[in-house]
Design a protein. Sequence first.
Length: 327
Amino acid sequence: MASQQVESREGVEKSEKVIPEALAGKRFDVALATLFPEFSRSRLQSWIKSGDALIDGEQRRPRDPVSAGERVTLEAEQEVAVVWGGEEIPLSILYEDEAILLVDKPPGMVVHPAAGNWSGTLVNGLLHHEPKLSELPRAGIVHRLDKDTSGVLVVAKSLEAHTHLVRQLQARTMDREYQAICKGVMTAGGVVDAPIGRHRVDRKKMAVSENGKPAITHYRLVEKFRAHTWIRLSLETGRTHQIRVHMEQIRFALLGDPVYGHRLQIPARSSPELVEALRGFKRQALHAICLGLEHPTTGEWIRIESPLPEDMVMMIELLRDDREKNR
């Protein structure tokens, strides 16, 4: 019998209210707490800062005063109770002991069950592999990868290990390295230090935002091609879509990114094979290649690597061959 877990899923819900005369002149956060008493002050504060709570479609600071008649829009991720079930799904386990499990997530696999993806997720597979994960928050997963991002993820197998790993993430001591193929030819590596919040217009997207949360991405060159660059990246923070947003911000969007990638870039004189491969690459070329962390039980530093997936390896070979043929 499949294991099951009553858990909480994040869903997007939109609410609108008008500022009454009684709240005119009050701080935005105070007015919001009065209008939406079902949510905690801290959660409302975070939604204001992320741009999920707007006044007349504009982002404001928590301390900004509000006026009567202004329209407050709250469009934020909220929790709804659901049941997660275990499923017999093949998992590529890179490391496992009594405290932690590191798994190699393939592209196309959703991490947590959510609307449109109630089955076939990494969590479903993990709950079948280790039913005791049902006793832990979010089945022991402490960080995420986007559906179409591949690579290594760590899973805690006990509450103590989960707490320890979360603290490492918060303290920014966990070493997370990625590799990616971006559009455009970089001349050198660098750092993107730009806060990220929800996009002001498209609420499903993230964007660099003055009022967003701090986000820092380091990037270095691995190999340059005629119109693309193979890069490695490391994160100091872990914001939603961080690498994808930051690379778009500096005009080196990731190859294949359906949200932040913009138009396809095909070099002149490309072979039919390369043209077909570029047009057929439908996911962001991003892979979480390495994860370094302090073991929550032994205190030992461990570093687990995940090999580049076949689609990225093939693309790099085609881009390299194209470069050599067009020297």
